[in-house]
Design a protein around this ligand. Structure first.
Ligand SMILES: CC(C)(COP(=O)(O)OP(=O)(O)OC[C@H]1O[C@@H](n2cnc3c(N)ncnc32)[C@H](O)[C@@H]1OP(=O)(O)O)[C@@H](O)C(=O)NCCC(=O)NCCS
Length: 170
């Protein structure tokens, strides 16, 4: 049987409740986001749609950068695939589409904080020290009620390190 192929597209306001549901379906891996937060950041969401239903999400946030010589970095967030459609390449398609979109902003780096490092490793992300993203930890983790210390919580910080197309050193 052929695996159904969801289409990827930019999100619109009407997708808000479905995005909320997708993120909420993965409470152990994803930071919950109120509907209001999703709607205020709707221009930073991609969705996967299958038969009129939202079955996958990916979004990003711009991180503060105090060094005027650097562009801000971007964090990939809220990557989700409906459980019955996992392991068919949709997560990869969503993250690759998000990376393509955010590359247009020329970020200093693209990072992710994840409980699923092998998935992001397969997409070209490599682990980095959490010391390198303290501003993100301060902003994103200060309200966490699950772990008492962002530096010891099991989420892994990773940065996108695309392979050099010429095959030489990056
Ligand atoms: C993580 C998630 C988005 C992956 O989506 P998916 O559609 O199943 O992933 P894909 O089929 O595109 O897999 C891409 C690659 O990652 C690997 N991979 C996917 N999920 C994995 C996991 N949980 N552990 C290890 N490897 C994984 C696949 O084997 C595949 O490797 P390959 O290209 O070498 O074959 C999905 O499992 C999910 O929604 N999980 C819950 C939410 C979550 O953990 N989000 C990520 C944190 S931000």
């Amino acid at each position: 049987m052929n695996t159904p192929q969801p289409i990827l597209r930019k999100a619109c306001f009407g997708d808000g409740p479905a995005i909320f549901k997708c993120i909420k379906a993965h409470p152990n891996e994803l930071v919950p986001r109120p509907l209001s937060n999703i709607l205020l950041n709707i221009d930073r969401f991609l969705v996967a749609e299958l038969d009129g239903e939202i079955v996958g999400t990916a979004s990003w946030a711009v991180l503060p950068e105090l060094d005027p010589a650097k562009n801000p970095s971007i964090e990939i967030q809220s990557v989700s695939v409906r459980q019955d459609l996992q392991k068919h390449g949709l997560g990869r398609r969503l993250v690759e589409a998000a990376l393509e979109r955010v590359s247009e902003f020329k970020p200093d780096q693209v990072i992710v904080l994840t409980f699923t490092p092998p998935f992001f490793a397969s997409l070209g992300f490599t682990p980095i020290s959490k010391d390198k993203i303290l501003y993100k930890l301060y902003k994103g983790c200060m309200n966490c009620s699950k772990y008492d210390n962002p530096l010891t919580c099991p989420e892994v910080a990773m940065a996108y390190a695309p392979p050099n197309p010429k095959g030489g050193p990056a």
